[in-house]
Design a protein around this ligand. Sequence first.
Ligand code: PLP
Length: 404
Amino acid sequence: MEQNIDYSDLKGRYNFLKKAKKELDLTRGRPSSQQLDLSNNLESIMADNFIQDGIDTRNYGLLEGLPSARELAGHILNSDPSNIFVNGTSSLTLMGHYLQSLFFQGSGQVPWKDLKKISFLCPVPGYDRHFLMLEKLGIKMIPVPLLGKGPDLNLIEHLLEADESIKGILCVPKHSNPTGEIYSKECIEGLANIKKVDFKVIFDNAYAVHDFEASAELPNIEKIFIENDNHDSLVMLGSTSKISLAGSGLAFLSLSPSNMNHFVNYFSRFSLGSDKVNQARHARIFNSKKALDLHMKKLAKLLKPKFDLVQEKLNSLPEGIATWTKPTGGYFVSFNSLNGNASKIYNLCSEAGLKLTPLGATFPYGKDLENKNIRLAPTQIELEDLSEAMDLFCLCVLLAEQED
Ligand SMILES: Cc1ncc(COP(=O)(O)O)c(C=O)c1O
């Protein structure tokens, strides 16, 4: 760590950058164009052969997806392909459909719409779009701190004892958004041990295969839940949004056989099939574990220098004013101002042209009570701009301190 930062001309340097007001953006976890270019082969892979798995992919049918696409999704989620449902392009949309199915039909229990109140546990800091979805569905959100290898299980136990309305928990088990943490075996086992009727542990495994350097292995979630005789509590989701094309990838859901029956019964009222042409394109390109691994390695090569640069810049900050995560995969770095300066930093950045994820977004209802967390999303921006963005960010962190 650099200990002797020259505080004398921070304001001068800041004013210079503010005047230049270059537009810099670290708001959202989007893939860069270079990443997307790696999937240009999807465009031509079908040629004029539309038969996949013996099925004419152009027609209606197969709501649950092509067998080869279910196999690919099963590999990504570490789930038996027979438990997989592949449909649409967005795992968020699929999560929305699944939650709505619980409200309007239920999964063998009373539909949630007939209950007075539904609450969910929300590990924090977390993914803003999860919170926005739960809020829109009228689900009360209860924050639970993440401890580095998953949420606080003791607190979860107390909360569950005290509140009957808690019906689920929404987790990102690998390279969590934004903390980057990977849930431990003990944590997954603890969650698999929650034996509460009609309780759902939802794992949004959006970054399941997204390591940009050697990473801890995520335990086999499905196996642990089945061994705990609790498969009906488990819901897993994922997509290829950050593997192939964001917006034109494959989204998938993994459910126990009983939950699958309920969900297919519900969803079949709204759709006659799935986009099997897109599924076949993906199944052909990612036709083996080796092919997928190779592709993820190419993506990692593009991502690692960006994350290294973020660490290098943050490491120049003096000790004691902030902490931040050092992820080994995923799309984010989670920054915490130790002196509750997040809003000051955010405002200074935004006045000088650096856009950040809105303050508080990583907490339910947008409420970061300690005013400390800022999510940094360095994937889309070019390396050169990222360097400028991080210089400006660090400058604003120092200025916010100075103003204290
Ligand atoms: C945890 C998490 N889940 C889901 C998504 C979006 O996934 P999809 O494109 O499949 O809707 C993101 C995107 O940032 C994410 O971080």
